[in-house]
Design a protein around this ligand. Sequence first.
Ligand code: HAM
Length: 417
Amino acid sequence: MSNFSPVPGTADIFPAEATRYRAIADCADRVFGLYGYGELRTPIFEYTEVFQRGLGGETEVVQKEMYTFQDRGGRSLTLRPEGTAGVMRAMMNTGVMNGEEQRVYYFGPMFRGERPAAGRRRQFHQVGVENVGRISPALDAECIAMLVHFLDELGIQNYDLKLNTRGVQSDRPAAAAMLQEYFGKHLDTLCDDCKVRYEKNIWRILDCKQPHCQQLVGACPDYLNAFSEESRAYFDEVRRQLDLLGVRYTIDPLLVRGLDYYVHTVFELGANLAGSNIAIAGGGRYELFLPGCKKPVPGVGFAAGVERLLMAQGELSAPPPSSGPVFLISLGDAAFLANLTLAGALRRAGVATALEPEAKSMKSQMRAANRLLSPLVIIRGDGEMEQKIVMLKKMSDGSQSQVADDQIISTLKGMLS
Ligand code: HAM
């Protein structure tokens, strides 16, 4: 592969597609704004420790997928693989430690060294939200309902929303012991990855995709019974509120999510895209220790993969072709100079305008207008210059009319509005 191709798993996003990304960002700003969220832009790279501490040293993302490098000062830096850890780092100087609530959303590139596939990139984009500082089942339910609202506005409907609880940290040892006892009896038949998971992070066995491991997982004991009364009551309340809000979901005890910071509610939204079930969004409630703090800071949030949202929209309908600029056709030098001045005035008046910079035939300039999907074309030659008029051609029906020089801007604005 040539050195001039984009690195595998990255892509150039040309204007037509960039418009679709922007539409998602605009929708996020509008919908999340209704719930009191404002945009937070954090740096694209952070000290590596931010992610190691935030996501957990044993997680797959930290172990295998981070783009980590040393800068010239010998500091270890990492391109952000997700947004939550950086948002929480940014919260250090706010009142979240004293229970003040912060509502922020983000949109931007993330980086994970995964094997590229349909819907899986090494540089991808996430749009996400974090509600930081307070803990309440009502906030978890509202956050999930907001994700559903966002997808409704994007026209995405065919998905499953899975819900589970991870309990609180102190519930885990008893529940993990239950799993250890069960999987310990089947250790020989677990896949090689799960043998390592058995030692390092037993919960990850629950989402192994190997058929035999899945069979064992299907028969494993209900670890929720080992969770505290408090955790079960919290989960019941989240479900009660989601039911009241009319959010449809299924409970999936195997949903554990890949990042270590989750407590209580976790959720994932999957859809059938390009023939397989792909996670469009995921999130949950979490607790993160900020440097120098003895108490963890609570939060709840989610992130959706923008490329996957675009795929989900693409399966529904192709984006409508957008309308192009007004095209100014010049026949002769004098006409070109007049059109150059007109283009400047039109653009300042808010009308997107294009013109051919070199002397070309009428036919070739019309071809350019067609290629750009121009709805209106202005034609100016020596004859029109003498009469102080232009010809205005409507591309949809081919009709032409004369417009006086001093009426061009108002006529075009009227026709385009
Ligand atoms: P995550 O499940 O790791 O969660 O990622 C969220 C979403 O990002 C996924 O559902 C998927 O749509 C998209 N995504 C992940 N990796 C890739 C990839 N390689 N290519 C394309 N899309 C991808 C988080 O990142 C958490 N920070 C979410 C969260 C926010 N939890 C609480 N607050």
